[in-house]
Ligand binder design. Structure first.
Ligand code: GTR
Length: 431
């Protein structure tokens, strides 16, 4: 081993850089709490015309629908309903997977009922030791089902992948098996009595500007005509729609309790989990991990990523009207606390990380806090704390929140909190 000489000054510089998470974030954004301008959020408990939402019935029957429509029209776009003719086939089963810990099932979902039509693959593990029907977590993954665990029985995804280690001509090779395992502590989830279902998000739509041409949006809904209106669905809409289609299938599985399925996602897929959970009330619990701008973080708070940066870098994620709000967040008829409020009264967990300033952890906490009046109206406590917590101290009640120490990632620590939260809220079987 070769000795490297480091001067004390260089050492200090290294320490300073390591202690300044903003240094690791994309440049050009505001990371200074002192310079965040004042903003006013839309009141969740007031209709657009200013009339107060006086009781739970007014929320459930009218205000909820009003907010959902605003998110469709201005942020994510409208999604079609379930497709006609959808069918699925269990293409592989192993009752003794992972050394006997779980039953593995792989399900091919044919969205228009034809082999040639749009399709996606569900990977499902059901813990063998758990009493049926089992509660489940469902989440989209970034690198293919085969990347969540080295289990050689998982079918290698044939779908388009972003270039990277082990990807050849945009297709996965065996070298990518298990490469995303750190985000998916599969054995731990199963040991805790939960099933895990996952789908590769690229099955629904490859994540790039022209991805819609090879995804569900070119085959189902308005994109079939080759034209998207300002409030037609974007990629997040398509991915979220896919989560609902996966739930359609999981709800028919006798081993699972379709009334106790939590939807989870990290980063852009955290935005997607929130939008899926907001629209589809069959999801019994919603988990957003480091979802940031366009997810749990307030758009009006000028900290980290902004509407301008996200709509420039990822215009395909949203409906095209959303771009009109770049630099004019105050003109948006919604903000992200209203998205969180759409989950009420169901349990909602928002996870942030100290070094993920781009996602604005404090803005995520404040959005959860600002969703609380809706939980209260519906007889739930919500967060139940006033102050932004210190790192690694999870807080909350029907809304959970933590600020994990560390970078932008979905980690074993995050999962521990989500599993504990699920234990508190999804434990007892649905009547
Ligand atoms: C970033 C994007 C974030 C977040 C992240 C991710 O580049 O700006 O909004 O979604 O990607 O999904 O990893």
């Amino acid at each position: 081993m070769r000795a490297i000489r480091v001067s004390p000054a260089a050492l200090i510089a290294v320490v300073v850089i390591a202690a300044d998470p903003a240094a690791a974030q994309p440049a050009g954004a505001n990371y200074d709490e002192a310079t965040v301008p004042a903003y006013t959020l839309p009141d969740p408990l007031r209709f657009v015309d200013g009339v107060p939402v006086g009781d739970p019935g007014a929320w459930t029957s009218r205000r909820r629908a009003e907010i959902l429509r605003l998110f469709e029209e201005h942020v994510y776009g409208r999604s079609p309903g379930p497709p006609t003719g959808m069918r699925f086939a269990v293409v592989e089963t192993d009752p003794r997977a992972l050394g006997g810990l779980a039953t593995r099932r792989q399900v091919r979902v044919l969205l228009d009922g034809t082999e040639a039509g749009p399709a996606f693959d569900i990977l499902l593990y059901v813990p063998n030791a758990a009493r049926r029907p089992v509660p489940a977590f469902l989440g989209l993954n970034f690198r293919g089902n085969h990347a969540i665990h080295p289990d050689p029985g998982i079918r290698l995804s044939p779908s388009w992948m972003r270039e990277g280690d082990g990807i050849v001509a945009h297709r996965a090779t065996d070298a990518t098996r298990g490469t995303d395992a750190s985000s998916w502590p599969v054995e731990r989830i199963l040991d805790r009595g939960y099933a895990l279902a996952t789908v590769y998000y690229g099955d629904l739509e490859p994540d790039h500007a022209d991805g819609w041409k090879d995804g569900v949006r070119s085959r189902i809904g308005p994109g079939v005509s080759g034209h998207f209106g300002p409030d037609d669905w974007g990629a997040i809409g398509a991915w979220a729609w896919g989560l609902s289609r996966a739930l359609d299938v999981l709800a028919k599985d006798a081993d699972l309790d379709g009334h106790r399925v939590a939807v989870i996602g990290h980063s852009r897929l955290g935005k997607t989990a929130l939008w899926a959970g907001a629209q589809d009330e069959r999801f019994a619990m919603v988990v957003s991990n480091d979802s940031g701008e366009g997810g749990a973080a307030l758009a009006r708070r000028r900290f980290g990523e902004t509407t301008e940066s996200i709509t420039k870098a990822f215009p395909h994620w949203f409906c095209s009207r959303y771009r009109e709000y770049a630099g004019r967040e105050d003109a948006l008829p919604v903000d992200q606390h209203l998205l969180l409020a759409l989950v009420a009264p169901r349990p909602l967990y928002v996870g942030s990380a100290t070094e993920d300033l781009w996602a604005d952890p404090r803005g995520e906490f404040l959005a959860a806090k600002a969703a609380e009046p809706v939980y209260r109206l519906l007889g739930r406590e919500g967060l139940g704390v006033e102050d932004f917590p210190v790192p690694d101290r999870p807080v909350g009640n029907t809304i959970g929140y933590h600020l994990r120490r560390g970078p932008h990632a979905l980690t074993a620590y995050d999962w521990e909190q989500y599993l504990g939260f699920a234990d508190r809220h999804l434990r007892s079987p649905h009547p």
